[in-house]
Design a protein around this ligand. Sequence first.
Ligand code: DQA
Length: 146
Amino acid sequence: ARILVLHGPNLNLLGTREPGVYGAVTLEQINARLASEARQAGHRLDTLQSNAEHQLIDRIHAARDDGTGFIIINPAAFTHTSVAIRDALLAVSIPFIEVHLSNVYKREPFRHRSYFSDIAEGVICGLGAEGYALALRAAVQRIEQN
Ligand code: DQA
C-alpha cells in the first residue's frame, strides 16, 4: 500500500530551526530514512511538506483516490489551529498517526491542544525524528493486519 507522510509549516527548516527543540536532523534525512524503511517493508512512501494549509488539504483529498492506506502527519503549528485539516482527514477517512518532534506538553499551554489527537489512531510526541520511524512501523503493522 501507499503510505503518505505530511509535514506542516516551518518543518522545511528542520536542522537549522531551533535545534535545541527540534534536533539537528533535516527533513530530507527524515524522509530518506522513512522511504528506505517503507521500501524494505514492501510499501511505497509519498511525502509532502507545505507551509500552506490548502496544499495539505488538497493532498489529503488526493489520497482518497490514489491508494493511500495510511497517513503519518506532523501538522506543526496547524495542530493547534486547523479545523480545516481535521475535517479533510475525517472526509477521506484514512487512518492516521499524529507525530510531533518535540514534547508539546513540556511547552507553552497553547501547544497542549490538538485538533487531531481525538481522531488519530495514535499520537507520538517528544521523541524527535525517531517518532516518525516508530509511526511508520505502526502504520506498516496496521496495513498488514487489514
Ligand atoms: C511541532 C510542535 C508544534 O507545536 C509546532 O508548532 C511545530 C512543530 C513538533 O513537531 O514538535 O511547528 O509539531
